[in-house]
Write a protein that binds this ligand. Structure first.
Ligand SMILES: [Zn+2]
Length: 339
């Protein structure tokens, strides 16, 4: 049974620990012998790493050590190490040695939020003294989690942040492979993937056809009693009315039942202008509340009645009667799904 899971890439690449190569065993040995000397003399650890870390070790000897550790079961290597490491941590309760906050994994691994007993970090001070400390995990909001998850996703699919602005992710695509279920949509609703340098469908991995520039957009989440009900993706110039009753560009709250009886027929309009969400109360009977996020307090201010059309900031919440809430997601790759 392992009591410690080591984020090997994080540790082997940390230049503050000395060593010369991009990835260096000297760093790993230094920190793990400190762990054994000061934290747990009987520790039985497991190293976890991405497959591609192997080639960052500079010498044939260092790469041989990798191979031997994999063979002996002391090192697990996977295409994407983080989910493997976190799943083990969750099921075994082992500690984790890493500098990563794993923010992008927190929707799946909610146990990380505020955890104050499992995550350890190493520190090197100016006199080159090493210390290993327990690091309580900060609780992060949904917006931050979504954004971090998308960043991880983007990396896994072969794209960088620049690609969103002026690269392949600034375009929209269509899958034209008739045997692929993604081809049913006029526009690919999910982020494409890079396969052998070409932009491809994540379902069938065949090249996709560009369908023009992707307009700036936002993804909105509708929550009822803090449970996510639906997500709506809107692009610049599009709008959505929340209210009672069906229709184009409307979200019919009557479908939710009794909870929403205080919501007006035309309650609030959400539109995207210049990539920002603008909210406008449509003279609703019971009004719409706007709760602004306070970065200094890391909490929402009490809701104020929405009087004029207002541009929402990233983490603001719109509160409708009956515990219906609208929030933005941190997603940046947004393809409109409302015409
Ligand atoms: Zn496809």
């Amino acid at each position: 049974m392992h009591d410690l899971l080591v984020d090997l890439a994080n540790l082997a690449r940390d230049e503050r620990l000395g060593g010369v190569d991009t990835a260096d065993w000297a760093r790993v040995d230094r920190v793990l012998s400190h762990w054994r000397a000061h934290l747990n003399p009987h520790s039985n650890w497991l190293l976890v790493a991405d497959d591609n870390l192997a080639r960052d070790f500079g010498t044939a000897e260092a790469r041989d050590r990798w191979t031997q550790l994999v063979r002996s079961g002391e090192l697990i290597s996977a295409p994407d190490a983080d989910p493997v490491l976190l799943e083990r941590a969750r099921t075994t309760g082992a500690s984790v040695l890493s500098h990563d906050g794993f923010v992008g994994h927190r929707r799946r691994h909610s146990w990380i939020q505020g955890d104050a007993e499992h995550f350890f970090r190493w520190r090197v001070d100016q006199g080159d003294q090493l210390a290993i400390v327990l690091e309580p995990m900060r609780v992060v909001g949904d917006y931050t989690m979504t954004r971090a998850a998308e960043k991880d996703e983007r990396k896994a699919r072969g794209f960088g942040t620049r690609d969103l602005v002026d690269g392949p992710l600034a375009q929209m695509y269509r899958c034209v492979n008739p045997t692929c279920r993604a081809s049913a949509d006029d526009l690919l609703q999910v982020m494409p993937v890079r396969v052998s340098g070409r932009v491809a469908c994540p379902e069938c991995r065949r090249p996709v056809v560009a369908r023009g520039p992707r307009p700036p957009g936002r993804r909105l989440k509708l929550l009822l009693h803090e449970q996510e009900l639906d997500v709506v993706q809107l692009a610049d110039g599009q709008q959505l009315v929340l209210g009672r009753g069906p229709g184009p560009a409307r979200w019919d709250v009557a479908l939710l039942g009794a909870d929403t009886s205080k919501i007006s027929r035309d309650h609030v309009r959400l539109s995207i202008r210049g990539g920002q969400v603008v909210a406008e109360d449509l003279n609703s009977t019971n009004g719409t509340g706007l709760a602004r996020w306070s970065p200094s307090r890391r909490a929402w201010e009490p809701a104020q009645k929405l009087l004029d059309p207002t541009t929402l900031l990233a983490r603001d919440r719109l509160e409708l009667p009956g515990s219906l809430v609208v929030q933005q997601s941190g997603l940046r790759y947004v393809v409109p799904d409302v015409q």
